[in-house]
Design a binder for this molecule. Sequence first.
Ligand SMILES: [Zn+2]
Length: 172
Amino acid sequence: MVTKFFPLIFPAPVLEQVRQRLAVADKQVIDETITGFTYAMQAVGYTPSLHQAGCLILSECQNCKSSYATRYEMKHHFYFACPHCQTITKGIFKAAIWNQREENRLITTKGEEFWHSEGRTVYDRKHKQSYEVDERGNLTQDDIPDYVLGRIDTAHLEDAERRRLAWIESAD
Ligand SMILES: [Zn+2]
């Protein structure tokens, strides 16, 4: 999967708010590069993901190779944002939380069990594999249907996707 990086542009009032917070912050605990950026991200609605010890989850930025790519969450998606090149990745849906829910189980015409992940993607828990469901309800991988698995009722699939979108929308 090729990751895309979108430029992060913070509105002037957000930057002003960041300046004010930094002015009163304890200089012992702030990091020049990261702290102001974290404040700005929080101001526009992102929550930083934290390690159990309470520190930020940092990794190498795949865009500029700095070591400041920081993990954030919003509405059941996670993101990597970089204070160095001021970019953010596309959100990655936390499908693992969604497809643990009993109501997201989908049974095929052959009695096989799948779990709704996102859009037309379903997950086979037993074999840890994902499939795309085509318009006829066939389970496909690389556009090749696996007829042995049977078909999924596309109305059930669409209902699961509608519930997922409502779930994301209701997140704070
Ligand atoms: Zn970067």
